[in-house]
Ligand binder design. Structure first.
Ligand SMILES: Nc1ncnc2c1ncn2[C@@H]1O[C@H](COP(=O)(O)OP(=O)(O)O)[C@@H](O)[C@H]1O
Ligand SMILES: [Mg+2]
Length: 1107
């Protein structure tokens, strides 16, 4: 139940107190107990006002999920339980909405969780600020710069497996909308001594191990490296592998991050080459060699490693070798070269390795800055995140620790200043009287270190620059003189004898009482480290490298830019950069995260009271609370205060109408809170003692319970009432519905009854009406029937009468007619019989004729001229008419038949007619010829080439061309001759040769003779005395006698206009020369078939036997 309630204040469900300011009583024990209690409940964050204390849980807690981010987004700082996200959100919103540049200062010991905290802040801001492809790329680059820097700048230490060995300050830049634009990273003092030597149980920088574990064989080969860690002197072996750290996987992450940040492939390559060179430098070893003049000299033991380094970096081997053996000192234009002994050579080697690596690291930061820097020139809002190495107290503390602790002093300084300043400003802003609070101000320690004249750093510089022999001891002596009187400086040898007998303080050490505790520093190495000396020969050798990155790392090696002035010392450089940082931070609104380490074992769930107590002490957290509480422990704006406590007073509960401040005044008066316990600011109420607040809280809790009961009571009442009202309302609704339903039913029943009644009445009425109507109808029908009968009777009577009348009239007329007829007949009897007879005869005749013709019409025979049918004669008296009619019809149909003929047919039929006229019933041969068509040209003279000559000789139209038998006049034998008839001549030609034998003009033909029998003989008689007649007449026999005779007759008629005489007789005379011979046809035997034979009997007789 409690868990489900949404939190509205950090005071809700609080474990211990969420804000130390409210701790009561306030002392170290209660402070630690509170932290412990919260830590045990996984509450790792606790506030001191607006400062967040973070205890490293050393295990992953489920409180950084995206849901958590959403929960804390846009919420007030004190609204939810303490969280680093609340601080991040507060900072981001005040940057975005109030345009205040912010800085997040994260402090604490090594391993306390600073770096993690800085990453959490950055990831929160990245999650809540603007979105979009471009913005996301910027975010991604900013976030991915972390793994790169951590690989090169972090290492495993005894306190932290991933300890940052450099200070880092990162400005994230935003535009006016709060979208990230880019960032700038500043780095501070990389702990470069780690490159060449690591304390026990610690490792070199991660990157060395990552390369050797994660790079491919190929890549290692390119870098001339071997995978085995033990091959490299610079890698501490005792803890080369760290539990839970996968160097190979991290190497991939780093390479990926480098790519995202924007490193080119060749840049990555160069970077790893430098790393490889550093690693290999450690393997160069020297051996002593004595020279004749007694000077010590060193020599490289195994030059193989040197050779490989030179190959990697492109340095001339001899140049590097010389730089390891000689040192050139230039003084007053003079160059003096001295040899290096073995120790010096090792010193030179290590210095080179340290410088190479630390310069590479600085170059990396610069390069990353180039990638992530904002692209626009618009005004930017800045959020700085400072993750600097924490206060360090080791067994052996050296120059580095001194510098680091100095930096922490400065941060504490700024913390004090800003916290107090803030507090003070708030009181002034709120118009509240300010009373001074006592607290320890560490300005005095800062002064001990950084004072320009008497500060430790100044003296170290002085010592370094001083001519003559300078050693760490001389430096300590100097300190003993100058700082002896300082309260926070302790030394055995100081003039002040306070520590003369302090055996815990060795002679070679000095001790400083830092704000966080006493630290004893070994003076050994201070001078060297401050000088940070790299022999010029080495930097020049590096500059000569063909490796462009290495060359760029050593610009002072350029002989053209030789600078005889000493470079600034490490101490002064650091001091300057810290000063700049402080200045920078002072312009920004600070947000503090103070990280605390719960144990030294990196273990979860372990809370070491003593260790925590120590940190609380040196972080000055109690003082922080006291300062915060010196004035007023708790402050809150009027509105939320009234909102939280208004239930405690009748006037303000449940609503206060009026200004919130007045409401709070009324409230506090009512509660009778003593006046010295609170004070009214302009916008906030300030509560002096936490007790008051807790009292208020208790009252609130009690009141809330009461109120809860009240609310429950009212709610129950309300619920019951609403339920009752609802039920009542429902009841009414149901009742109304039921009533409506019942009424509806009743109405339906009445309605149906009414309808039944109505229908009965209507039926009854209708039947009554029907009856009446039927009666009326029957009456009407009866009347009509009666009337009809009556009319019928009348009509029949009338009809009878009329008929009677008509009959009478008719009888009268008949009688009259008979009478008249009798009269007329009596009068005209004498004329009547004569006329009527003729007329009847004529009429009858006419009728018979008519009938006859009409019948004839239907009985007509066919149109064929040879059809002999003709209908029988009906009446004897029509005999002649009937015959005449037959004749006329025959003629008509013949004419019709003829009309169909073409001219050619006509010609043929004319010829046939001619033939019939000439030979019908005269010659027995004739009937056989009727069926034969007349062809004329039986021989095709023109077509047959045999008769070409003949054809050429005859130029007239040929009417007959036929082969005939010419009967020899002398013996009666037959010879074949071609018989030609033309228009004017008759020609005889030899059948074989076609030569013309004789030619007779038609005018000379006088007669043609033939028998009446069935033979083809004929004689052609010629005119007496004509030329052709000299040999006598011709006697021929032909198969086509009728045709030839007909054609001869017709041609002669048309040519000479004289009819050719055709004699048909069975005995005729022919003129053979001078003799007249008789040709006689006799009946012959059928010896030779049907062919007639011819025989000369004597001079006067030629006999033809016709079968
Ligand atoms: N909020 C945290 N949640 C879980 N583990 C943490 C958290 N903060 C720190 N740690 C653990 O503590 C280790 C040291 O933290 P780190 O931030 O590197 O310390 P510092 O930077 O202060 O030296 C981390 O590697 C991590 O394992
Ligand atoms: Mg760190």
């Amino acid at each position: 139940m409690a868990k489900m309630e949404a939190k509205t204040s950090l005071l809700d469900n609080m474990i211990g107190v969420g804000d130390m300011v409210l701790l009561e009583p306030l002392n170290e024990d209660s402070f630690i107990n509170n932290l412990k209690k919260r830590f045990d409940h996984s509450e790792v964050y606790t506030y001191i006002g607006s400062v967040v204390i973070s205890i490293n849980p050393y295990r992953s807690l489920p409180i950084y999920s995206p849901e958590k981010v959403e929960e804390y987004r846009n919420r007030n700082f004190y609204e939810l339980s303490p969280h680093i996200f609340a601080l991040s959100d507060e900072a981001y919103r005040s940057l975005r909405d109030q345009d205040k540049d912010q800085c997040i200062l994260i402090t604490g010991e090594s391993g306390a969780g600073k770096t993690e905290a800085s990453k959490l802040v950055m990831s929160y801001v990245a999650a809540v600020c603007g979105k979009g492809a471009e913005v996301n790329q910027v975010k991604e680059q900013l976030l991915q710069s972390n793994p790169v820097l951590e690989a090169f700048g972090n290492a495993k230490t005894v306190r932290n497996d991933n300890s940052s060995r450099f200070g880092k300050y990162m400005d994230i830049e935003f535009d006016f909308k709060g979208d990230p634009l880019g960032g700038v990273i500043s780095n501070y003092l990389l702990e470069k001594s780690r490159v060449v030597k690591q304390p026990r149980g610690e490792r070199n920088f991660h990157i060395f191990y990552q390369i050797l574990s994660g790079a491919s064989e190929d890549f290692l080969c390119k870098l001339k490296l071997e995978r085995d860690f033990s091959r490299y002197n610079y890698l501490g072996l005792d803890s080369a592998r760290v539990n839970g750290v996968d160097d190979a996987a991290n190497f991939r992450t780093v390479r990926n991050a480098m790519q995202i940040v924007g490193f080119m492939d060749h840049e990555t390559q160069s970077i790893f080459e430098v790393v490889a060179a550093v690693l290999k430098l450690g393997n160069i070893e020297f051996k002593p060699e004595s020279r004749v003049n007694g000077l010590d000299e060193s020599k490289i033991k195994d030059k193989n490693e040197l050779k490989e380094i030179c190959e990697l970096t492109g340095i001339d081997q001899s140049v590097l070798e010389r730089a390891f053996s000689f040192r050139t000192v230039e003084a007053k234009q003079e160059k003096v070269s001295t040899t290096l002994n073995v120790a010096q050579a090792y010193y030179a080697r290590d210095a080179l390795a340290k410088n190479l690596y630390s310069r590479l690291f600085s170059w990396l930061v610069t390069r990353i800055n180039e990638s992530i820097k904002a692209q626009t020139k618009v005004r930017k809002k800045v959020m700085g995140v400072l993750d600097i190495y924490g206060f360090e107290i080791f067994e052996d503390n050296s120059f580095e620790q001194f510098i680091i602790n100095y930096c922490n002093e400065k941060l504490q300084q700024i913390f004090i200043e800003l916290t107090l300043k803030e507090e003070q400003e708030e009181y002034i802003r709120e118009g509240i009287e300010w009373t001074h609070i006592e607290y320890f101000n560490n300005a005095i320690i800062c002064d001990l270190i950084e004072n320009n004249q008497t500060g430790i750093l100044a003296m170290l510089d002085e010592e370094c620059l001083r001519p003559g022999t300078v050693t760490d001891e001389t430096f300590l002596e100097k300190l003993n003189q100058v700082c002896a009187t300082h309260q926070h400086f302790e030394s055995r040898m100081s003039k002040c004898s306070r520590f003369l007998n302090d055996t815990s303080l060795p002679h070679s050490c000095f001790r400083i009482q830092h704000y966080a505790g006493k630290v004893m520093y070994q003076v050994e190495g201070f001078v060297d480290k401050n000088n940070d000396l790299l022999y010029r020969d080495l930097s020049q050798a590096m500059w000569k490298a063909s490796h462009s990155l290495i060359k760029a790392l050593f610009p002072e090696g350029n002989p053209a830019k030789i600078n005889l002035k000493r470079p600034p010392t490490a101490g002064s450089q650091f001091k300057a950069s810290v000063a700049t940082l402080m200045k920078n931070l002072q312009t920004k609104n600070p947000n503090y995260i103070r990280c605390i380490k719960p144990n030294d074992k990196k273990a979860a769930h372990v809370f070491n009271d003593a260790l925590v107590c120590h940190q609380i002490r040196y972080l000055g957290l109690l003082e922080n609370v006291r300062v915060r509480r010196a004035g007023y422990a708790f402050r809150q704006a009027y509105e939320p205060c009234l909102e939280r406590y208004k239930m405690l007073c009748k006037q303000t509960w449940p609503h206060w109408r009026g200004p919130a401040r007045a409401g709070v005044e009324v409230l506090f008066n009512e509660l009778e809170i003593p006046e010295e316990e609170f004070s009214f600011g302009r916008s906030k109420i300030f509560i002096r003692n936490p007790r008051t607040l807790f009292k208020l809280e208790d009252m609130r809790k009690q009141r809330l319970e009461d109120l809860a009961t009240l609310i429950e009571k009212i709610y129950r009442g309300w619920k019951c009432r609403t339920r009752f009202l609802l039920m009542k309302k429902s009841q009414i609704v149901i009742a109304s519905w039921y009533r409506r339903y019942a009424q509806q039913k009743k109405y339906q029943k009445i309605k149906s009854s009414a309808i039944i009644l109505q229908s009965y009445i209507r039926g009854w009425k209708a039947r009554k009406l029907l009856r009446e109507l039927k009666h009326q109808k029957r009456c009407n029908e009866a009347a009509t029937t009666i009337a009809a009968y009556w009319h019928g009777t009348r009509a029949r009577r009338e009809l009878k009468r009329l008929k009677e009348e008509a009959r009478r009239k008719h009888a009268v007329a008949v009688i009259w007619a008979y009478w008249l007829g009798l009269k007329v007949r009596r009068e005209y009897r004498k004329f009547f019989r004569a006329n009527a007879g003729r007329k009847i005869y004529e009429f009858t005749l006419q009728r018979i004729m008519q009938k006859y013709f009409l019948e004839m019409k239907n009985k007509m025979p066919s149109l064929s001229p040879i059809d002999k049918n003709w209908p029988a004669r009906p009446y004897l008296f029509l005999d002649s008419t009937h015959k005449e009619l037959k004749r006329i019809f025959h003629l008509w149909r013949c004419k019709k038949y003829r009309d169909q003929f073409t001219d050619q047919q006509k010609l043929i039929y004319e010829e046939k007619l001619e033939a019939s006229e000439l030979f019908k019933d005269k010659k027995a041969l004739y009937p056989a010829s009727v069926g034969q068509p007349f062809q004329g040209a039986y021989l095709e003279i023109s077509k047959n080439p045999k008769y070409k000559k003949l054809k050429d000789a005859v130029d007239e139209k040929i009417i007959i061309a036929e082969v005939v038998n010419k009967i020899n006049r002398a013996n009666g034998k037959a010879t074949s001759r071609i018989f030609l008839l033309t228009k004017n001549n008759v020609l005889l030609a030899d059948q074989k040769s076609g030569n013309i034998k004789s030619e007779v003009p038609l005018g000379d033909v006088t007669k043609v003779s033939m028998s009446s029998q069935n033979d083809g003989f004929f004689a052609v008689h010629l005119k007496e005395g004509s030329e052709a007649a000299s040999k006598g007449d011709f006697l021929f026999s032909s198969d086509h006698l009728i045709e030839m005779a007909t054609k001869l007759y017709r041609t002669t008629l048309s040519q000479t206009k004289q009819k050719l005489n055709i004699e048909i007789s069975d005995e005729f005379l022919v003129q053979f020369r001078q003799d007249k011979v008789c040709v006689k046809f006799i009946q012959g035997s059928q010896k030779n078939g049907n062919i007639p034979t011819c025989k000369r009997k004597n001079n006067r007789l030629l006999e033809v036997a016709v079968p």
